[in-house]
Structures are given as structure tokens and as C-alpha cells.
Design a protein around this ligand. Structure first.
Ligand code: GRG
Length: 294
């Protein structure tokens, strides 16, 4: 049985080094843009999405240098979404990743642009990587654009905003979670399949695994919003505010929500076990993603 903590630390360190290389300290006119990008990107993020890609490519025995750029493109997209989500016109949050949000540290306009920079840079590094075939590049770009655009993360965010003052049912909530959070996690898993040369049946299985894991991750995030608000957000969130949000916890309560997340994770893992590969790292990673800080 592998030591999951050591595995995560090792992968995180490889990813952090590469992100540091991708966005170096810069002198000259773009110095502040790069400083802002480094402020948002480097540091405390868990790197779950790129690590998922690396775990799938490990399962397919893909050379690590091939997987690193696609894995990091997901972290660029994820960080851009956090920057934009924290802006005053969205959630207006003061803290992120254990420190003041980007727009609290740099001018708001520059924070917006930094998000745009990371979003576009993700596609630049994918399309210019010398380790990936042209055919794979097109497939990865297709997945990333669909999973982060209106069919995925942005669509989920738009539905979430539109439902803010309404009571929504489980189907609507599940759709928002699957798009807003699940889509990028699914992309992380699918990236591994594309790079590993998975055939269509295996790709379909990986997509189902990614979707279930992404939903379970977001349900646990809803749980932690209630149980760990002070530690997570750097300030206590009044429960009346939390309760007005549409979440699994407001629909089912804490215990049932946790149970649902564990069940989703278990069925995702069972599915994975039907693949003819050693999926033990990926299984332990899935368990970590859902059981984190419980
Ligand atoms: C593009 C404005 C815009 C929004 C898209 C993804 C998203 C919608 C907004 C980000 C904010 C948010 C609370 C999303 C829910 C998903 C989630 C739990 C994000 C935090 O992910 P972690 O825990 O964060 O992986 P770290 O900091 O570890 O990378």
C-alpha cells in the first residue's frame, strides 16, 4: 500500500516547480502582471486536478514529462476561476489559499487581467508543448475548452448565479455542481486517458469516474463550508448566510451529505477496478479527495 501523503507531496512538488518555471519572475513592463500571477498561483493550492492527471498517466505508464504541461494547464484554469470568483462583482472574498485575495493585494483591474492571462496561457502551453502529438493536442484542447466553458465550469457558474435567490431541487443542484466543479475534475481524468492512449470504452469509464469524483468533491466542499468555515475561509461564516445557499447540506443535512459523497466515491472506485491496470494510486487519491480533513 502506497503512502498517499508522500505521493501527494512528491507530485505537488513536481507541479509547483513546473508552475514556477512556466510563470517566472519577470523584469520590465510585464513585471507586475507576472508578480500577480505568481501570487495567485504559487503557494498553498492542493493541486488536486493536476495530480489526478498524473495519477491516471502513471496508471497508463506514460512518461512523466509528457503529462506535466497538460496537468499544469488545468491548474492555470482552476486558479483563474478562483481569482475571478473572488472578485467584488462575484463572491467578493477577502481570503484565498491562506492569504488576502489577489484583488485585495493588487489593483482590481489587474486581478481581472491576471485571471484572463492564466486562462489564455493554459491553451498556449498546451498548443506549443513539444511532448504531445498534434492529434492529442487537438483532443486535449477540445476537452479543456468544453469542460471549462459554457458546457462546463462557466455554464455551472452562470446557473449558480441565476438560482441564487430560488429554492432549487436536487436535479438542478446536481447539475450546477457537476458543471461548476465536476467538469474540470473530469477533464483532469480524461486528460490522463488521452495521454495514455485509452480506447473509447476506457475513456467512457474514466469520464464516469471523473464525474462521480467531482460531484463527491463538491458535496464534501459544501459540508466543509459548514463544519470548517473558520479554518477554510479565515473567518466565521454566519450560519444563516450559509443556510440560504443552495447546497447538499441545505437539502440533506450534514450526515446524509457525507454519506452520499462516500457512496459516490465508492461506486467510482468500483468502476475503476474493472480496468486492466494498477489503479491503486488513483483509488487512494480518490479516497483522499473525498475524505480530506474529515
Ligand atoms: C470563472 C468566475 C468563474 C467561476 C467558475 C470554479 C468556479 C466557477 C469558481 C471557483 C470557486 C469555487 C468555490 C468553486 C467550487 C470548487 C472548489 C471547491 C474550488 C476549490 O478547489 P480546491 O479545494 O482549491 O482544489 P485549492 O486552493 O486547493 O486549489
Amino acid at each position: 500500500m502506497m503512502d498517499i501523503k508522500a505521493y501527494l507531496e512528491e507530485k505537488k512538488s513536481v507541479i509547483d516547480n513546473y508552475l514556477n518555471f512556466l510563470i517566472p519572475e519577470k523584469e520590465g513592463p510585464l513585471k507586475t502582471l507576472y508578480a500577480a500571477a505568481r501570487y495567485a498561483l504559487l503557494g498553498k493550492g492542493k493541486r488536486i486536478r493536476p495530480i489526478l492527471t498524473l495519477a491516471v498517466t502513471d496508471m497508463f505508464d506514460v512518461e512523466p514529462s509528457v503529462a506535466l504541461t497538460p496537468a499544469c494547464s488545468l491548474e492555470l484554469i482552476h486558479t483563474y476561476s478562483l481569482i475571478h470568483d473572488d472578485l467584488p462583482c462575484m463572491d467578493n472574498d477577502d481570503f484565498r489559499r491562506g492569504k488576502p485575495t489577489l484583488h485585495k493585494t493588487f489593483p482590481e483591474g489587474l486581478a481581472l487581467l491576471t485571471g484572463d492571462f492564466l486562462l489564455t496561457y493554459a491553451f498556449e502551453i498546451l498548443s506549443t508543448s513539444s511532448y504531445i502529438s498534434s492529434e492529442q493536442k487537438v483532443k486535449l484542447i477540445e476537452i479543456l475548452s468544453q469542460r471549462s466553458g459554457s458546457h462546463g465550469m462557466i455554464g455551472g457558474q452562470a446557473l449558480d448565479i441565476a438560482s441564487l435567490n430560488d429554492d432549487i431541487d436536487l436535479t438542478a443542484l446536481q447539475q450546477i455542481h457537476e458543471l461548476k466543479t465536476g467538469a474540470l475534475m473530469t477533464a483532469a481524468i480524461e486528460f490522463g486517458g488521452i495521454l495514455g492512449g485509452a480506447h473509447q470504452t476506457q475513456m467512457d469509464l474514466l469520464t464516469r469516474f471523473g464525474k462521480a469524483l467531482g460531484l463527491a468533491f463538491q458535496i464534501i466542499d459544501d459540508v466543509q463550508d459548514v463544519t470548517m468555515s473558520e479554518q477554510k475561509h479565515g473567518k466565521a461564516i454566519p450560519s444563516d448566510v450559509t443556510n440560504k445557499k443552495n447546497t447538499y447540506v441545505s437539502l440533506f443535512g450534514l450526515e446524509k451529505s457525507k454519506q452520499l459523497a462516500f457512496q459516490l466515491c465508492q461506486s467510482a472506485i468500483t468502476e475503476l477496478q474493472s480496468l486492466p491496470f494498477n489503479s491503486s494510486s488513483l483509488i487512494q487519491l480518490a479516497e483522499f479527495v473525498v475524505l480530506r480533513d474529515q
